[in-house]
Design a protein around this ligand. Structure first.
Ligand code: PLP
Length: 334
């Protein structure tokens, strides 16, 4: 993410537009814990402490339909959230270098799933206002949403694509920031022009991590991971239907293998459980007793199984999660 931010900034300098130095991010977005990434982070819990250290950015509305920040209702909202972002670009495009967002699912923000058409609208806005689009597929990449990359669902090509996590199947640390020929070419010049992108780390391009990544990509091909996944996604979606019937499940959302089950104190009013209830953790602790490891995000129970999970394990994951939510929420007294 740091590479993407710096590269976008320097790109505009090379293009003779040095005023384009700002970024737009989405509410509830998460891009990592380093200061550049935190400056474009939209989760107060993680980011507000560091505010004095951060550079100023523009915040656009999240695509969080269940708790719409614009109080609209999908689909009659006509993607008002994308309209909100477009308005920021219309007013400030002369100083904006790039929009940065997680395509289709805001992961750490609570497994928030974007409405269809949103991503394509953002791409169109960025093009119209001469602003780059940086897509953070650190969480959504490598099959998690059902296609290799989430941006493929809407045929969107970003100006920069940021990858991590699943790039090595999680075996070793490695990330990559990929860009277009157009941006690459802007950094070319004679030696003494010093157009170089000066950014490096001791372990950049680590050959052992790269070998793990190559192995992972081979496994995708050899085991037909993506095509095998489709059947498992269908199964998962069928099983998830039952969750909505539970008394304290306010919203069930997923894109492929990225699932968020939002627990609420009151389904009618969408009143969340108070933080003291630690409801997500209560459910996770109960699931652990039955051999399932969950990591909640506040009141959102997260399922994000490995793409190669056998169907039997997937079945167990869903069953144990359902039973844990039911038992814990039925028995909880605030
Ligand atoms: C969407 C997204 N972007 C960026 C990051 C940060 O990645 P890293 O921890 O490799 O810096 C994460 C980590 O959870 C993430 O989910």
């Amino acid at each position: 993410m740091e590479v993407a931010l710096k590269m976008a900034f320097q790109y505009w300098k090379h293009k003779g537009e040095p005023n384009k130095t700002k970024f737009v991010y989405l509410q509830n977005g998460y891009h990592g814990d380093t200061l550049g990434a935190v400056s474009v982070g939209g989760i107060d819990l993680f980011h507000s402490t560091f505010k004095p250290l951060l550079f100023e950015s523009y915040e656009a509305p999240s695509y969080y339909c269940y708790r719409c920040p614009l109080n609209k209702t999908y689909p009659s909202c006509d993607l008002a959230c994308a309209g909100g972002l477009d308005q920021i670009l219309a007013e400030h495009n002369d100083e904006i270098a790039a929009v940065i967002m997680e395509p289709y699912v805001q992961a750490a923000g609570g497994m928030i799933v974007s409405p269809e058409g949103y991503l394509a609208r953002v791409r169109e806005s960025c093009d119209r206002h001469n602003v780059l689009l940086i897509l953070d597929e650190v969480a959504t990449g490598f099959g998690r949403t059902g296609s290799m990359f989430a941006c493929e669902h809407e045929d969107v090509t970003p100006d920069m694509l940021v990858l991590g996590k699943g790039l090595t199947g999680g075996y070793l640390p490695l990330s990559a920031t990929i860009t277009t020929q157009e941006i690459y070419d802007a950094f070319l010049g004679d030696y003494e022009e010093f157009k170089t992108f000066f950014h490096g780390h001791s372990y950049a391009g680590n050959p052992v991590s790269c070998a793990a990544s190559m192995g992972n990509l081979e496994a995708f091909e050899n085991y037909n991971t993506l095509s095998e996944l489709q059947d498992k996604i269908e199964f998962l979606e069928e099983e998830l239907k039952e969750f909505s019937g539970l008394k304290h499940v306010g919203n069930v959302r997923n894109k492929g293998f990225m699932v968020g089950v939002e627990l609420v104190e009151d389904k009618e009013t969408k009143e969340p459980y108070a933080p003291e209830a630690k409801m997500g953790w209560r459910v996770a602790d109960r699931a652990m007793e039955d051999g399932v490891l969950l990591r909640p995000l506040g009141n959102v129970v997260v399922l994000m199984p490995p793409v190669g999970i056998p169907k039997e394990d997937l079945k167990k994951l869903v069953r144990v999660t359902y039973n844990s939510i039911k038992e814990v929420t039925d028995n909880y007294q605030s």
